[in-house]
Design a protein around this ligand. Structure first.
Ligand code: FMN
Length: 157
């Protein structure tokens, strides 16, 4: 029996996830980013992570052309960042302070932590593409708490 989109969303939405903003830049140097929960660590040696990016997103072609991305972990007080980066298109970085990571991808000035990555491999996966990235750099703010997403709402611990 086929799984409906409603069931898929309801089931997977009950898996609590940390919230990230995954960023990259165009070949002209313009920053791009989107809110993403489909992020996980993959391998310790070598250090690999993955993120799943919707092929229909505006940012998508720029992940492929730049070959780099940064995953910014949002802190509990950054729900407005999650909402801001979940709206498609526009100049999302006009009001958001950031710096260039060692890969060239934008790293948010405000964050719980980040990992900066070079795309090692891409895997076609339905309406998304899995980007597997080698971690080049990162940091965390030990005193900050994470923002979580669960059943359509944002939560703090
Ligand atoms: C909580 C949450 C989690 C999301 N997770 C992902 C994700 O893992 N991958 C993805 O491609 N889009 C995800 N999205 C959707 C994108 O943030 C959204 O499509 C965004 O508008 C794309 O921006 P762009 O078209 O400007 O690139 C998520 C949205 C929300 C609100």
């Amino acid at each position: 029996m086929a799984v409906s989109k409603e069931e898929f969303r309801r089931w997977l939405g009950s898996f609590a996830a940390g919230v990230t903003v995954v960023t990259t830049r165009s070949v002209e140097g313009r920053p791009y980013g989107l809110t993403a929960t489909a992020f996980t660590s993959v391998s310790l040696d070598p250090p690999l992570v993955l993120v799943c990016v919707d092929k229909k997103s505006e940012s998508y072609p720029h992940f492929l052309s730049s070959g780099v991305f940064a995953v910014n972990f949002l802190a509990a007080e950054q729900e407005h960042y999650a909402r801001h980066f979940a709206v498609s298109g526009g100049e999302k970085f006009r009001s958001i302070p950031f710096a260039e990571g060692s890969s060239g991808a934008p790293v948010l000035a405000e964050r719980l932590g980040f990992v900066d990555c070079q795309v090692e491999r891409t895997v076609d996966a339905g309406d998304h593409t899995i980007l597997i990235g080698r971690v080049l750099a990162g940091d965390v703010a030990a005193e900050k708490r994470p923002l979580l997403y669960f059943r359509g709402g944002y939560f703090r611990i």
